[in-house]
Ligand binder design. Structure first.
Ligand SMILES: C[S@@+](CC[C@H](N)C(=O)[O-])C[C@H]1O[C@@H](n2cnc3c(N)ncnc32)[C@H](O)[C@@H]1O
Length: 286
């Protein structure tokens, strides 16, 4: 496991170049990556009840295999299944319902391995996942994924070059390939069938988002994108969903995301709308 961490740590400096003002600010403060609550006490029961209230109209989600898998995985980590975990249950359920399985999926900007953990639990051993993120976040993902039994350290690889990526994708033993964001270009035209981006293009610069769209198009892949309609970052950059480089992708879905509308909290007003609309789209490039 240490060799993966050491390899990713080698990219910490270079990855500064692909951080927006949002991530530079939060990296300096040492926050912005969300807080994981350990289970135990009343925390689990409180989230359980709040979610059933907030998603009463979409309560079928609680009887899906995706939900059961997320619940069991959170239990294995001793952590609470919070709203962010549940949002990933909705997204993965949506993808399972809409798409046939593809051999290689790539998640860009995952957080707390919420996407990677559930996706891998449900797709091993027949599908591989590539995770592109800031190296500090990939480093933080390694141990929870291994300790909770999703993948072993031997089933993970770090790819820094196209040759290393190809070798990892050819190797039947490797299930998860991690790529530092400053090396994202190596996944161009790499046979990836599906890209997923949830709540993170909205915090990148337009230039970086454009670069990811080029990568998706070069793979002639599906893209599932779920992000704020618009957001202004600390440095004044304004990121708008409608201005992403959609190009001529065939749109299967393009609408307000039905589960990303409101949140619950233990303080008044207890239930509230998120700060701005979140849209989601499923698009196929040919
Ligand atoms: C708000 S978090 C969202 C995390 C997760 N997708 C979720 O929905 O909880 C944004 C993520 O984008 C990642 N990120 C920031 N800049 C990036 C870049 N240039 N390339 C890839 N990921 C990046 C951050 O490290 C973080 O994991």
């Amino acid at each position: 496991m240490q060799n993966l961490i050491d390899s990713l740590a080698g990219d910490l400096e270079a990855a500064q170049a692909v951080k927006s003002s949002h991530w530079k600010y939060h990296a300096e403060k040492g926050d912005g990556f969300g807080v994981l609550k350990q289970s135990g006490g009343m925390a689990g029961a409180w989230h359980w009840a709040a979610q059933r209230g907030l998603y009463f109209g979409q309560r079928d989600i609680f009887s899906t295999e995706e939900y059961n898998q997320m619940r069991d995985w959170c239990q294995a980590q001793g952590r609470v299944l919070n709203q962010n975990s549940l949002l990933h249950v909705f997204a993965i359920r949506f993808l399972h319902q809409r798409l046939s399985p593809v051999p290689i999926t790539c998640v860009v900007g995952d957080g707390q391995a919420n996407f990677a953990g559930l996706w891998l639990r449900m797709s091993l051993p027949t599908q591989k996942l590539i995770s592109i993120n800031l190296p500090e976040v990939l480093i933080a993902d390694v141990s929870p994924l291994v300790r909770s039994g999703v993948v072993s350290a031997e089933q993970m690889a770090v790819a820094k070059t196209r040759d290393e990526l190809d070798a990892a994708l050819r190797n039947d033993a490797i299930q998860l390939v991690m790529v530092s964001a400053n090396r994202a270009e190596i996944v161009k035209d790499a046979g990836i069938g599906l890209f997923v981006n949830i709540a993170s293009f909205q915090e990148m610069t337009q230039q970086i988002v454009d670069q990811y769209f080029e990568i998706v198009k070069s793979n002639r892949a599906w893209l599932y994108c779920c992000n704020r309609e618009e957001k202004t970052l600390y440095g004044g950059e304004r990121i708008e969903f409608k201005n992403y480089a959609w190009g001529d992708g065939a749109q299967d879905v393009f609408e307000e995301c039905p589960w990303y509308t409101s949140y619950y909290s233990s303080r008044p007003p207890f239930l509230a709308k998120f700060d701005g609309k979140t849209l989601h789209a499923l698009v196929k490039y040919a």
